[in-house]
Design a protein around this ligand. Structure first.
Ligand code: ACM
Ligand code: ZN
Length: 520
């Protein structure tokens, strides 16, 4: 029976009962005061299976929604009986998760009787997609969002700017995307609504002050030297970044971020902050003057100050900021900020003390949750067993752990099919651990086999299960192939990172990925 075979598993109680509810051609629904948008994804999935549109009814409906304010966000109870179905939650997001469970149990035109009481392990269950290095059409974004929703992932972190391209329409600064593909403001709004209907919040990321070659190639006056900046295509860390000492940079960013903030209903904006080399700032009269005027100790603090000014501005629009953990190298931090963990190599002290002081962290450990690395680096089992940790100590159960998020950087992901193969089925292992917590891997694989059958029917690409946990020769061959491609696609790492840092990074990567050696 389909009841206990879904992904993610039930994080609570599940009872299977005799019999089934026969879904009528026209399903009646008592909304119980919930907003109709929370039923729209469920309705369109039923429509795809040949059912008629839902019919809302005040009494005597087959599917009854009930509100109970005592339920945690996204928690729900679903009772399927022969005579009808009732679904209880505190808000629309809980209803959406319950309807997803209901839909996942539909077998033919029946839903087996059951009683499920379910809630997520983590409030943040995310996926980040880099749409700068390669651009993916909005139909593909919606396809990914639908697959995320079916496994109860609830955050889409959209990396919309980087060195290689600016991907979000700005009416204030249209030069940002002149000639390149980008999402129009209408597309953004449509995707945000599509995601919301599936219980997914969209968090935009505008990476600042580094990873801004695309921006500076059209607005070089925002750099320290104000000299022409060449666009880049290869991956890497590039030395020319936004100047933090000129007032015009802040004015530009306030206008730009205002425009972006209005397109998204998430209370968060991700401001990146990773991999921002300070070589330009160290030579810049404006940056040096700012450092002195503000009484800051070093240029990392200047990055903290830069981010804090943007954060303060965004607070005026009711937005909080998130930054990659690199920002913790600064002693100056915004008040309204939380952190996305990706690597500890030079921020581990700052990260531990930030966390222990009560700062919120989303965990995206690159050694487990960066899906641009192939299965030989980050196997399906490794993702399944991932537990948030800092300094080798588990932080899985801390209230400061907001949740987990997988990331896909797309320097080497040129097509939608390659994107799907990189994330599926590892995204399902992430969904499993994020919603239900660690469990029995073999049992997960059994459920996964069924899941992959349904993916096939929707034409979604994925890495075959037998290639998801490579070992021995197969693993070594894949690793060698990957490094060759990695080096061929990297344009600017050596440029910006001193040799001793490169050597440290190499060692940390070999350790983190458990690799025999590293040709960096
Ligand atoms: C990152 O991978 N640079 C956040
Ligand atoms: Zn400067």
């Amino acid at each position: 029976m389909a009841l206990l075979q879904s992904i993610p598993g039930i994080n609570g109680t599940a009872e299977v009962q005799e019999g089934a509810f026969a879904v009528p051609a026209e399903l009646t629904v008592e909304r119980g005061g919930f907003d109709p948008w929370c039923l729209s994804a469920f309705a369109s999935r039923l429509a795809e299976k040949g059912f008629a549109p839902l019919v809302f009814k005040d009494g005597g409906a087959a599917l009854r929604l009930r509100r109970d304010g005592a339920y945690a966000p996204e928690a729900y109870t679903l009772e399927v009986e022969r005579a009808g179905i009732s679904l209880t939650a505190s808000g629309e997001r809980g209803i959406i998760q319950g309807l997803t469970s209901l839909f996942e149990r539909l077998a033919g035109r029946e839903i087996p009787c059951c009683r499920l009481s379910d809630r997520p392990r983590y409030g943040h269950r995310g996926f980040m997609l880099d749409c700068s290095r390669h651009f993916f059409e909005s139909a593909e974004i919606e396809r990914i969002l639908e697959e995320m929703a079916l496994v109860k992932l609830n955050i889409f972190h959209w990396h919309l700017s980087d060195d290689q391209g600016w991907r979000i329409e700005s009416r204030a600064f249209p030069k940002l995307h002149a000639g390149g593909p980008r999402y129009t403001q209408e597309e953004i709004r449509r995707i945000v609504a599509f995601a919301r209907d599936r219980g997914i919040e969209v968090i935009p990321e505008i990476d600042l002050p580094g990873h801004t070659t695309a921006l500076l190639s059209v607005y070089p006056e925002l750099s320290c030297r104000e000299e022409p900046v060449s666009p880049v295509t290869g991956g890497g860390i590039f030395p020319i970044i936004l100047c933090a000492g000129k007032e015009r940079v802040y004015e530009f960013l306030f206008t730009l971020l205002d425009e972006i903030a209005d397109l998204f209903d998430s209370p968060l904006i991700h401001l990146g902050g990773d991999e921002a080399p300070k070589t330009e700032w160290e030579q810049c009269e404006h940056c040096k003057a700012a450092l002195k005027r503000l009484g800051l100790e070093d240029f990392e603090d200047l990055q903290g100050h830069f981010t804090a000014r943007l954060a303060e501005h965004l607070a005026g629009k009711g937005k909080k900021v998130r930054c990659w953990n690199d920002i913790l190298k600064s002693r100056v931090l915004p008040g309204n900020m939380d952190i996305q963990y990706w690597v500890e190599w030079d921020a581990s002290g700052g990260l531990e003390s930030y966390f222990d002081r009560g700062g919120g962290v989303v965990f995206s450990d690159m050694f487990s949750l960066y899906f641009d690395y192939p299965a030989s680096f980050s196997s399906l089992q490794k993702v399944f067993r991932y537990e948030p940790a800092i300094g080798g100590r588990s932080r899985a159960a801390s209230p400061n752990t907001a949740g987990v998020e997988a990331c896909l950087w797309t320097e080497r992901v040129p097509t939608a099919a390659a994107l799907e193969r990189a994330i599926f089925p590892r995204l399902f292992a992430l969904a499993e651990t994020a919603w239900a917590g660690p469990g029995d891997y073999r049992d997960f694989e059994d459920r996964l086999r069924l899941k992959l059958e349904t993916l096939k029917t929707r034409g979604v690409s994925f890495t075959p299960l037998e290639q998801c946990n490579p070992e021995g020769e197969a693993r070594l061959a894949e690793i060698a192939r990957f490094w060759k491609e990695f080096q061929a696609s990297s344009g600017g790492i050596e440029l910006a990172v001193p040799p001793e840092t490169m050597a440290e990074m190499s060692k940390a990567m070999a350790r983190g990925f458990n690799l025999p050696e590293l040709p960096l």
